[in-house]
Write a protein that binds this ligand. Sequence first.
Ligand code: FHN
Length: 600
Amino acid sequence: MRIFCLLFLILLSCNISPVKKEIATDPGKSPDEEQKLEWFKEAKFGMFIHWGPYSRLAGEWNGKQVPVGKNAEWIMKELKIPVSEYRDLAHEFNPVRFDAHAWVSLAKSTGMKYIVITAKHHDGFAMYKSDASDYNIVDWTPFDNDPLKELSRSCSEEGIKFCVYYSHREDWDHPGGYGNNWDYDNDWGDDLYDHDKFERYLEEKAKPQLRELLSGYGPIGLVWFDRGMYNQEQALDFIKLVRDLQPSTLINGRVGHYGQEFLGDYQSMSDNGMPPGGLDEYWETPVTLNRTWGFSKFDTLWKHPETVILQLVAAVSRGGNYLLNIGPEGDGKIPDEVFRIFKKVGSWLESNSESIYGTSANPFGELPWGFCTVKENKLYLFVRDWPKNKELEFKGLQNQVKSAYLLSDNSKKLTVRKVEDTTCIALPPAAPDSPVSVLVLETESSPQVAPPVVLQENTGKMELNYLTAITHGGAMKRFNRKGGFHISKWTKPEDKVEWIIHADKPGMFRVNIDYAASQEMEGGSFEVIIADSHIEKKVVCTGDWFEYRQFPAGYIALPEAGEYTLTIRPKGISDSYLMYLRSIILDPVTAVKKTGWSAN
Ligand code: FHN
């Protein structure tokens, strides 16, 4: 107890300066790179199309079905269809009902601004005329058209960005491609694969085909790579290829090795993935409209249009794009359900477009009643749960509100009052729209929002994670391909991360740091600073970059109730990132043992 009191007295005698509240800017991208991303950030909503010979099979081959929960476009692999037989099936692919103009019009009327179509999926079949392999829709089937040519033309007529999906590592048809373990024994991991065979596949098929796409189909908005690469060097070759041929084309985050940090121009979430809050780099989530990507006659579990609208709003509010998939049938028909769902989505978007396109992410923390976006001097509040007391409340807005109204009817002004840090808006009794109604709040200048403050739980514990972190310098809030979110890309002391915390139960706290670190990070050092406490530690390898572990780092004292800033930063300069930091946990300490403090 004596140590505790002594520490307390020392800390009380120190002058604790008020925390400096500043919101971090993103220093990660050069102006050129930011410029390239502009159309994508403006677009918010895209149409994904999974279409190929598998669409004809519709989830069934020789009386066998693709197992429930598995993807219909994987039928070749799921049912181990021999290459020769799948090639025969592909001969019969004849999508006579394909209508490029109708597909593009559907995307446009639904509010989608870009289309990403599978130019080649894992089955290895090219959905365009390829000189690199005659296993393509023009040379291999009775269909005498190049659908990608037609789509790219229609897209340019309609002002929609034309983009291609290309499976660069996985190819079940080519003897060197990854993934075929029934004809070729080709699904070995990073160290065991046949390097020469794979190189041959890359040089004679994947790279030439990508060159064809980037030279014969006009401007390509983005190339959507999938399922990663064996190593970052191979991925960098693909990046260079795209950059050389079309420098403005964006590259998605799945181009590189899945076990290492993202390459590419923006982060790709996992399939149907949604981050709980914003990240420091732009991102996109690919989403299925039912459960599979390619058409399956067995998959009737369609999303409600309301679900689609809410997911779109959630993605945009958290600073990302929503790429919604359709799986046309083998003859080129788009399933009726798609039209039904898209009609409702398109009509909601038409009335609320201003609150979606060209906006930036919610500057507040998560809002219990819905979502928020920002554009210039306007905040768009998406009210999903209409308050029973007809008053909407949120904290943190620093500006005065000039006017507030429903986006659907700007003639009726809503009354706004401010109670200290809380803004309260009087609402009409019933929600005007479904599943979410949009309010507009106009401020005098661009909305200023106080940075998030972490509060203590009832037990006195505080968890500091990426959602409330304020990043500086090169430190970035990122997505980990294995499903987690962490802070990365920090190498020097300026790349620091801060949290503002409010302690109403002051005292001593044990600091636990939750991170992942690969071998090259071992031994890097970092410091944690808060009030007059200072901890220095060395990074310990946790096994791999996605294997998080919690390490006790020491103790800190928060001598009195109030606001503090906790900072963590690299101690020196290093070539590798410091660590992948998931969270810092402050556990209140209630007793002292001879050996040290013990936590609750
Ligand atoms: O294996 C593919 C799958 O078939 C589909 O193309 C999705 C779309 O994101 N990507 C892969 C799985 O993540």
